[in-house]
Design a protein around this ligand. Structure first.
Ligand code: XMP
Length: 336
């Protein structure tokens, strides 16, 4: 039996020992709970020798890169670089409809961008040393931080057969093969609720601690059909209104995950005395313990009415909103 305070002390000591007095660590942050808590813990342990990298893949939620930058960099003091690679991601995604293909492209491109950034950080550190002509040598980047949780560890051990992998999740281990970095996983013994408790103790703001999970491939798997900048913009706006109204209604923490999906079909509508022919948004909200099964969330009707009215009025290109009433199984949480 242990307390979270003891865990923090022990884990910080372990990180310091493992990294040595000069060793440096890089890690990707997504804006989610796990990577943010892991990053803050690393910062507590080794300060500026931890470099966080956030890759803007062009399929993040509205203003997400800026918000994560504000929160981690300014509020939490983590040494963070945000790389805008949206052009590269969107160009590689052009014309792709198959969801697994989208995942593969995003996963691979992420690794390319991340590696390039890591190399840059290493080169800059070397240049600084030369300029300072200091005897105080900076260590090499030797470690890669991953915010792996205990359930991920279990899943990656037991989910070996292709039949068990319905969708390819690339959270565990993927990066490691390509970069010759050693893995550091400070959260690998924790469950989600423990990570949240840890986050609170580390001073991470409540909205971030309670954040719904967001998939690595982002909005690309919530845009059915090809991903374009225009489609991303429509979905970002609709999703933002949806989450804003869920928060206003005080329902965010009762829901495990909520998001909008952009359907690749057009439906007829009416505006003034004109027919419109525009796209459809599907709203999804589920309650779930572990996302292996999930129930759709029962909204008060007035909340749905407000969300629908705002989306159809404020988002150009959308004239119809539907609510997804499918449970998992047989549906999955995501549409792709
Ligand atoms: P499904 O759709 O499989 O989703 O019922 C279960 C949970 O997993 C998330 N999910 C993903 N997360 N990369 C991720 O990082 C992915 O490719 C991916 N696909 C699904 C989903 O958001 C839900 O929380």
């Amino acid at each position: 039996n242990w307390t979270m305070e003891e865990f923090i002390g022990k884990e910080i000591a372990r990180i310091r020992e493992v990294c040595g007095p000069k060793g440096r660590v890089i890690g990707a942050v997504s804006g989610g709970v796990d990577s943010s808590v892991a990053a803050k813990l690393m910062h507590e342990a080794i300060g500026e020798r931890f470099h966080a990298i956030m890759v803007d893949n062009g399929v993040l939620r509205l203003n997400e890169a800026q918000q994560v930058n504000e929160m981690l960099n300014k509020d939490l003091g983590v040494n963070l670089t945000v790389v805008d690679a949206s052009e590269l991601f969107l160009s590689r995604l052009a014309g792709v409809e198959d969801p697994e293909q989208k995942r593969k492209i995003i996963g691979n491109t992420f690794i390319n961008v991340f590696e390039e950034q890591a190399t840059k950080i290493e080169a800059e550190a070397e240049k600084e040393e030369e300029l300072a002509a200091s005897t105080e040598k900076k260590g090499k980047i030797e470690w890669l931080l991953q915010g792996t949780l205990y359930p991920d560890v279990i899943e990656s051990i037991s989910f070996k057969g292709p039949s068990a992998t319905i969708k390819t999740h690339h959270n565990v281990g993927g990066l490691l093969k390509d970069m010759k970095l050693k893995l550091i996983e400070p959260l690998r013994e924790l469950f989600k609720d423990e990570v949240r408790a840890l986050g609170r103790l580390l001073g991470i703001p409540e909205p971030l601690v309670q954040r719904h999970p967001f998939p690595g491939p982002g909005l690309a798997i919530r845009i059915l059909g090809p991903v374009t900048r225009e489609q991303v913009k429509i979905l970002q706006q609709a999703d933002n209104i949806y989450i804003e109204e869920i928060r206003n209604a005080g329902l965010y923490n009762q829901i495990s995950q909520a998001f909008a999906v952009l359907l690749p079909i057009k439906a007829v509508g009416v505006m003034g005395d004109k027919r419109t022919y525009e796209q459809v948004i599907a709203l999804r909200a589920v309650q779930s313990e572990d996302f292996m099964t999930a129930d759709w969330f029962v909204f008060p009707a007035d909340v749905l009415r407000r969300i629908s009215s705002r989306i159809t009025n404020e988002v150009a290109g959308i004239n119809r909103v539907t609510y997804d009433i499918s449970s998992k199984p047989p549906a999955t949480v995501e549409w792709l």
